[in-house]
Every structure is written in structure tokens, then in C-alpha cells.
Write a protein that binds this ligand. Structure first.
Ligand SMILES: Nc1nc2c(c(=O)[nH]1)N[C@H]1C(S)=C(S)[C@@H](COP(=O)(O)O)O[C@H]1N2
Ligand SMILES: [Mo]
Length: 261
């Protein structure tokens, strides 16, 4: 078994090389080649522990932002792109007029927000690069409201450590009805100035394929952290009651919960 130090050195080398590789990835790669070397490479970089990544990255480091001319293609839809869940289809049929975002869990003031309420809050737009663990990248402009603005209105309790995103879409079908997508981030990322709840893409309403009516942008992490089709944000102190206990659908299947880039 390789010693911890040896492993660390390997992943550190990976961490420094992976962003350079991603940077060169201007065109979308094949999405189906799940064993692509690039993806394995990124996963290696990803193997750094949460604490080591936090030390390297720091709580306030900003993700790079781009210019309108850097937007070379429309946002590439990935994962679930057309939820078939009844509750979602009912809302979509009325263009999400009846949608309410719920903020619950370890908060003093549980809240719901309709789209008008979200859009009345101070708006923020940012042009950023989305990096999928599968090895493709895409630059787009996201319009929304800071997640921190929304969370503060619900008055998080001191015990709250993570924001869990419960989504409308079924990512995995099973006999018992299926599993809906869920993801989570810590409150450091939740309060980061570039973490927004996006309702717009490239200055137009967010399309269904990209997560309408609301998806999160967590710009310093990989694409799978950026939950689409958000139904509820639940503040928790641990993942014990969430899925299989690792904090996200993909983390419960062996991916890193902290997917820093
Ligand atoms: N609800 C939900 N969120 C999701 C997914 C999904 O399948 N369902 N896929 C994730 C993955 S792997 C990626 S790369 C991005 C894709 O976002 P996009 O469709 O805007 O490119 O959404 C992430 N968030
Ligand atoms: Mo992804």
C-alpha cells in the first residue's frame, strides 16, 4: 500500500496539472467516454482531502471570470436535461409561475420564495467556466442572486454547516420509485460571493435543459456540485439523514464530495 505522503505527492502533482489541461479544453469533448484519461486525471486531483484543498484554495479565492467574447457556444446540457417528474412537469406547464423555493432545516425563519421575490433581490451576473468531471468545459454567463442573500433571510442557526440542495429530477430509476438528485456544499462555499442561485443564462430565462427554474453556481467546484432544478435548500449539521450519508448523489457513489478545481 502506498504511504500517505506518496499519495499526497501524486495528487498534488495532479492538482497543479489538471487546471492547465482543462484550460486547453476549448471544445466539448465526447461525453460518453467515461474512462477518458483526462477524467481519471481530474479525479486524481480531486482525491485531495477536503482540508488540504481548503488550505490550498482558501475560503475567499475567486474563480476566474471571463468576457462576453469568451462565450463560444451555448451551455452544454448534461446529466438530467428534461425532468419527467410530475411535480416538475406541472410547474413547467405554467412556466414556473407557481414555483416556490423552500429554505428549511437549521434555520430560525423557514422561508419560501417565489420567482418574483428572488428576482426582486439584488441581481448578480458572472461569466464563468463550467468544468464537468467528464472532461469538457463551457463558458457561460449566469444571472441570479447570491445564495448568501437568500440564506440570510432564513436566519441560519449556528449549528448549520452545510446547504443541501434537493432537486425535482429523478437521476436514477428504481422499483421503489427512484432517487432524486441531491447535492450539498459547506457554508463557506454557500456564502462565497460567486455562489449564486441562477435563474438566467446568457441574459435569458434559464432553460429547462440547464436547470430551470433555479440552479446553483458554485464556481470553484466541478459541474456535478451545481445542482439544477432546485426544489428545497435544507441547512444541516451533518449528512447522516441525507441519502446514504455522504452528502450528495455522486458522493454516495464514490465521487469526492468536495470537488474543488
Ligand atoms: N438536478 C441535477 N443537477 C445536476 C445534474 C443532474 O443530473 N441533475 N447533473 C450535474 C452535472 S454532472 C453537470 S456537469 C451539470 C450540468 O449542467 P448543465 O446541464 O447546465 O451543463 O449539472 C449538474 N447538476
Ligand atoms: Mo458533470
Amino acid at each position: 500500500m502506498a504511504g500517505i505522503d506518496q499519495r499526497r505527492r501524486g495528487v498534488l502533482a495532479g492538482l497543479m496539472a489538471a487546471p492547465a489541461l482543462l484550460g486547453g479544453c476549448k471544445v466539448l469533448d465526447s461525453l460518453n467516454d467515461r474512462d477518458a484519461p483526462l477524467r481519471n486525471f481530474i479525479e486524481g486531483a480531486n482525491g485531495l482531502t477536503y482540508r488540504a484543498q481548503r488550505l490550498l484554495i482558501g475560503g475567499n479565492r475567486l474563480a476566474p471570470e471571463y468576457q462576453p467574447g469568451d462565450i463560444r457556444q451555448s451551455q452544454h446540457p448534461n446529466g438530467v436535461t428534461a425532468p419527467q417528474d410530475e411535480e416538475y412537469l406541472t410547474l413547467a406547464a405554467r412556466d414556473f409561475a407557481d414555483y416556490r423555493l423552500t429554505v428549511s432545516g437549521l434555520v430560525d425563519a423557514p422561508r419560501t420564495f417565489d420567482r418574483a421575490a428572488l428576482q426582486a433581490m439584488p441581481a448578480q451576473s458572472q461569466i464563468t467556466r463550467h468544468d464537468c468531471v467528464e472532461g469538457w468545459s463551457c463558458i457561460s454567463k449566469w444571472n441570479g442572486v447570491r445564495l448568501s442573500t437568500v440564506l440570510e433571510l432564513a436566519k441560519p442557526k449556528l449549528a448549520a454547516r452545510f446547504a443541501v440542495f434537493h432537486c425535482f429530477d429523478t437521476i436514477e430509476r428504481s422499483l421503489s420509485g427512484g432517487i432524486k438528485y441531491y447535492e450539498s456544499i459547506d457554508l463557506i462555499d454557500a456564502r462565497h460571493p460567486q455562489t449564486i442561485l441562477a435563474y438566467g443564462l446568457n441574459d435569458k430565462p434559464l432553460p429547462v435543459s440547464s436547470g430551470a427554474p433555479l440552479r446553483v453556481r458554485v464556481e470553484r467546484q466541478l459541474g456535478y456540485k451545481m445542482a439544477k432544478y432546485i426544489h428545497t435548500i435544507e441547512l444541516v449539521s451533518s449528512f447522516a439523514e441525507i441519502g446514504e450519508g455522504n452528502g450528495s448523489y455522486w458522493a454516495d457513489r464514490g465521487y469526492d464530495w468536495y470537488a474543488g478545481i
